[in-house]
Design a binder for this molecule. Structure first.
Ligand code: IPE
Ligand code: IPE
Ligand code: MG
Length: 257
């Protein structure tokens, strides 16, 4: 009997459609050089440019970058406010290059937590790049995976309260459609720089079947080579999505006929 293997978004050997990165290690990078942590965040912006360029050149559809978590407000006030300034300046300075490179920017996270001026800049940058058809760049700012699931449930709850939906209609698909990543492929490859091996409340729901890649390299030192290594590691893996290894080989063989 031929095993029925369902539709699988990306099989082994393929290029990832969506790469999600926790850009960690900026502070330690600066501290190692006896410099203030913010210097590390500035250096981190350069590494962001390289990662974006790599993904654009390699026809990756979506790149998600964790820039500021919902828990990062717990940091010293001066670091938080310098990060906000950097975010604002970077948005301003990068829009032109995003337009030139056909990049569509989307900020995911609780934007209402940001100063009004920054919210305005975000709206402008998103609107300006919205029609671009190349790489979709998701910047997760004031983002938390738990927040994302909670806000999706709140929207669904409101629709139920208005009589638009029945509780029986709640499904994984419906929840997906209310997350901030609605309409985008799930991450195929997750990368965390900086040596820690944890999710830190990034895309909790969306990472269910993502391949993980951890590196000790601190984010400001993360370059195209390192990204290519991560993609090579991804390509060498067999994703099974609950099937057996043999089923996956069979599916691949059938696809290649
Ligand atoms: C990641 O680098 C950037 C942000 C969280 C804004 P860190 O600032 O967490 O760097 P380390 O982990 O302290 O080295
Ligand atoms: C995760 O890094 C968030 C970002 C990279 C923006 P953290 O440095 O804040 O994570 P923890 O606190 O070490 O888990
Ligand atoms: Mg950190």
């Amino acid at each position: 009997m031929t095993a029925k293997v369902g539709k699988i978004p990306v099989s082994d050997g393929d290029v990832p459609r969506h790469i999600a990165i926790i850009m960690d290690g900026n502070g330690r990078w600066a501290q190692k050089r006896l410099m203030p942590r913010i210097v590390g965040h500035h250096a981190g912006v350069k590494a962001v440019r390289k990662a974006v360029e790599f993904c654009s050149d390699n026809h990756i559809e979506v790149l998600s970058l964790f820039a500021f978590s919902s828990e990062n407000w717990r940091r010293p006030l001066d670091e938080v406010s310098l990060l906000m300034d950097l975010f604002m300046k970077t948005l301003q300075s990068e829009v032109n290059s995003m337009m030139k490179n056909n990049i569509r920017l989307q900020i995911i996270g609780d934007k209402s937590g940001f100063p009004e001026k920054l919210q305005e800049k975000i709206r402008e940058a998103e609107a300006q790049t919205q029609q671009n058809t190349g790489l979709t760049l998701l910047i997760a700012a004031n983002y938390g995976g738990r927040w994302d699931i909670t806000q999706a449930l709140r929207k669904i709850g409101e629709r139920i309260a208005q009589g638009e939906l029945q509780p029986e209609q709640i499904s994984e698909q419906l929840l997906n459609e209310h997350l901030v990543t609605a309409g985008l492929p799930e991450p195929d490859l997750f990368i965390r720089s900086g040596g820690e091996e944890r999710i830190s409340n990034f895309l909790l729901w969306q990472l269910a079947y993502t391949e993980f890649y951890f590196t000790d390299r601190l984010w400001p030192d993360f370059d195209k080579n390192e990204l290519a290594n991560a993609v090579a590691s991804f390509k060498s893996r067999q994703r099974r999505f609950g099937h057996t290894g043999e089923q996956m080989v069979e599916k691949k063989t059938l696809a290649n006929l």
